[in-house]
Ligand binder design. Structure first.
Ligand SMILES: Nc1ncnc2c1ncn2[C@@H]1O[C@H](COP(=O)(O)OP(=O)(O)OP(=O)(O)O)[C@@H](O)[C@H]1O
Ligand SMILES: [Mg+2]
Length: 259
């Protein structure tokens, strides 16, 4: 049965898409079967993996216009459900459906066992599609930058996720908070990270792996490639391989009490 991971933060530009794509690609490099789902009308994940203007997309799936098998696109070893720039229209229509937060979860049930990992890239919002992602997820990851105002919104995501866990999806767990785009160890970034590490509830929830500043990560997505296709021995590829290992370890630990 696939592990379903939501990559979520309602703040924009924190590295959700870069992480969904390259964490998924790192799992695939390790030989896992991976499905990526783009839940953002900006379509950055789709474009970053080389899919533009896909006629079949996640909006069709959510409205029941197409089956999940029809909307899955294969990109080398990775499977993708692309987004559309009209996704907000689909979101509005879904808002009128009974049980609107459960639609993605229901759609994924049919194919979960085919994948080892299903990774969902959320838009910078906590609207219906992001809630669908949290209801469908086993785990979620919050990417953030060690910068001013970074914590704004973190409380909100954690509170919403707690509510989703309590009311809709008891299995939902935070895998970790991931710091990205670090350039060296500035005193300021260290202060932000240690602030979080000293927070009683969150101290074991900050990934040891950090994604350093790497221009190749930006270039790779501009060329429609994963970091492993674009610069497989660079810093970005190294960091995302390390992250994949840490995520797998944390998931095993989280699941251990159930075994
Ligand atoms: N480690 C990094 N080093 C350098 N640039 C990075 C790094 N991580 C991400 N970026 C760049 O930062 C920008 C924002 O990243 P990304 O698109 O992944 O954020 P996002 O959270 O998905 O944004 P949005 O909220 O708009 O969906 C992109 O141009 C991306 O290429
Ligand atoms: Mg994005």
């Amino acid at each position: 049965m696939g592990v379903v991971i939501s990559v979520i933060n309602n703040k924009g530009g924190t590295g959700k898409t870069t992480t969904s794509l390259n964490l998924g690609a790192a799992f695939a490099e390790k030989g896992h079967n991976v499905l990526l789902i783009d839940l953002d009308s900006q379509c950055n994940l789709s474009t970053s993996i080389g899919i533009s203007d896909s006629p079949l997309h996640v909006g069709n799936l959510l409205l029941g216009e197409k089956s999940i098998d029809e909307v899955i696109i294969q990109k080398d070893k990775i499977h993708v459900i692309a987004s559309t720039d009209t996704l907000l229209d689909y979101e509005q229509r879904i808002n009128n459906e009974p049980g609107r937060e459960y639609i993605l979860n229901e759609a994924l049930l049919a194919i979960k066992e085919k994948y080892d990992f299903i990774v969902m890239d959320c838009a910078p919002s906590l609207g219906t599609l992001s809630l669908n992602s949290l209801v469908a997820a086993d785990f979620y990851i919050v990417p953030m930058q060690a910068e001013n105002f970074a914590f704004i919104g973190l409380d909100k995501i954690l509170q919403i996720s707690e509510k989703v866990k309590k009311r809709m999806n008891p299995k939902l767990e935070l895998v970790g908070i991931l710091f990205l785009k670090l350039s060296g160890k500035t005193r300021f970034s260290q202060a932000i990270i240690s602030n979080l590490n000293n927070n009683g509830e969150l101290k074991n929830k900050v990934f040891k792996t950090r994604i350093r500043q790497d221009i190749a990560l930006m270039e790779a997505s501009a060329f429609g490639k994963t970091i492993f296709e674009y610069s497989k021995s660079g810093r970005g590829a190294f960091d995302y391989r390390k992250l994949a290992e840490e995520v797998i370890l944390k998931i095993k630990e989280a699941k251990a009490p159930l075994l």
